[in-house]
Design a protein around this ligand. Sequence first.
Ligand code: ZN
Length: 851
Amino acid sequence: MTHQSRTVHLSDYQPFTHLVTRVALTFRLAPRATEVAATLHFAPNPARPGRHDLRLDGENLTLKSLTLNGKPLDIIPDATGLTIPASLLPDAPFILETLVEISPETNTALEGLYMSRGMYCTQCEAEGFRKITFYPDRPDVMARFRVRVESDLPVLLSNGNPAGQGAAWAEWDDPWPKPAYLFALVAGDLKAHSALFTTASGSPVQLNIWVRPGDENRCAYAMDSLIRSMTWDERVYGREYDLSVFNIVAVDDFNMGAMENKGLNIFNSKFVLASPETATDDDFGRIEAIIAHEYFHNWTGNRITCRDWFQLCLKEGLTVFRDQQFSGDMRSHAVKRIEDVLLLRARQFREDGGPLAHPVRPDSFVEINNFYTATVYEKGAELIGMLKRLVGDDSYAKALDLYFTRHDGEAATIEDWLRVFEDTTGRDLAQFKRWYTEAGTPRVSVTEAWDGKTYALTLRQENPPTPGQPDKLPKVIPVALGLLNPNGDEILPTTVLELTEPEQTFTFSAATRPIPSLLRGFSAPVILERQASPEERAFMLAHDTDPFNKWEAGRALAKDVLARMIVDGASPGPDWLDALARVTLDDTLDPAFRALALRLPAEDDMAATLHAAGITPDPARIHAERRGMGDALARHLAPQLPALIAALAEPGPFTPDARAAGRRALRLACLSLLSRTDGGAAARAAHVRADNMTEDAGTLVCLLDIGEGAAEVQRFAARWGDDRNVMDKWFALQIAFAAPDRVAGVAGALTRHPAFDWKNPNRFRAVLGALSAHHAGFHHASGSGYRILADWLLRLDPLNPQTAARMSTAYETWPRYNADRSSLVQAELARMAAAPGLSRDLAEMVDRMRS
Ligand code: ZN
């Protein structure tokens, strides 16, 4: 990396030179010439004794005036901010006033103040506030904000409580000191879906979800999720809301999922708007989880924030863990855990095993936006779960109470977080801390011995090297274990073993040779290596009392079968087919669980598994064999499918609850199998009758998956052409279910479709994200997948570097593949690296992935 590179190191942290005690902002909104007047009250920071220059961050700001204690200052900003020399600053509190001009309409990066289809909105995390006004834009500078918005638009919002409004203005006052990244402003012609909430201690809170006119009738599920989240956080964590209003705004142009700005959450509209006709069950589940996630941030993120961006997992890991607990309580813990582990393996293990691997708490970065990753979020959440497992539920609850009382109003660190657990339990967490500082997924291998009386289980851990971290120390790994006897009775209920050494042996008395159920509930984010026969895996799929491991046995069996098909050309044997048929037809099991058991291993997962076993994966072959596996299952189950599908039909009107969603998931999984033997007749009939998006899109997928559905695709577009969120699905599905040889052609055609608005991140992701996620299409031997993505990233980068950089992670798996593919990827990375004016965001990502 040449230009614009600056590496920030955790070890360089120093408190800021000054404190900000008060902030008053006035916005005079205009699309190309918004004025921002700021009055900032500063004081010297006792934590930084001596006299210091004052450095304020600022980017793309036109400075119109600057005064210090009322006297004009003649200072010219540089490209990233301005410095007021210590010699000009009093050694006492002082007031700085600035007036700047910005242009929200031309802000295509969607960071700072920007416009989305006529409405103004902001995104400040992580470092967007510096695009709004000059300010110490770092999370440990916390201040009280008062905001005045001047505009003709009917709805004018900011953080905190309303503090007055009149013709073409509104004022907001936030009593809670906050870092600038939690600042937000929204102005637009919006309509509210409202409700009233009363906190446990009796304070009323006005809840509003603000959307474009016409979308008000799609807010009910988000509002219901919000109310359940608020109630849950009171009941489970003892945390109440702390303002008189809570506003949520839906915007169509947003780089991420949603943002937890204090009292004014801003959401990607696809994670708010839902009706049965337009949203799938997966959409409903995600809306519930993300509404909860952002709401939970009010305590884990806002009241207690991060000292610096290296501590990002402090708020994100904990808040993801909390939203996972919530979703589990609302739905099914077993199903939620399986889904979370699928996601963890697909995204985080993949990241941890490649060139982009980094610790949950990184120690350096070039662009912080590149570290909103699966490792920080999902592995960060796993670390909280492990900690809870190690100290127990009661100590976890006590430690959290201590965390909230000790650090309320502060900007904290991972050290602070671990200390509340040490102080609560007396336990030394020095070894546990390695989980935060060392990247890579530990591998745990298993050997067993039984002498007729004693069963000895030897666990060995290996911590593989990752970029910049060649040598690693052993971790503390909680391994939840159960033992079954050959009749399927549990002879040892779930017990947590603590693996702390490179190798340790645990012994149990056992009169018959037990079968271990290891890593129950996926008790640690590790790769467990234990060979087992197909008979044993089928036995565990039938008998394990731990629902996660029951599913895991089926998955391991399926992966073994598929690996043998790919490597030896074997065909799927009766062990797997019969075991899966039994689960599918077992009415005592949750349909959602059965649907998950029916899901075949992902192609990307198989590629990673083969690579780990020393076999170079061939994406085309993986794809073909996986299809063959599905066909074999379809033939095996064909006689039973029609009756099962009929039995799973939901009689009444659509409800988005977990029970109904589980039945639909199993029904669609069966319809998809049946389509392989009936040419799509049943799916086509169900498609015509579908009265909800889950079945509408789900049956369309059944058809696309067998190379049918052209007419249905046309009709879908005719019906939903005006709906942006639904049309994103239309774009994505056609690519996701195209045959590998057709993916590039379909993606190319869709990028030429008049509705392909590539500047909208959701639409860009619908097409280019679907291309990257199509394993055999993206890794096509021609290199067309690699090339199309690079072309589009280069086009997007100058406008929206954050989304371009994020989507470049598609290339991170290149070391798995053969020399031809690796060099095709390297050529695309080199082409991007050489592009003039490449953003710091994309430059850092490309640099980390180049060989
Ligand atoms: Zn978050």
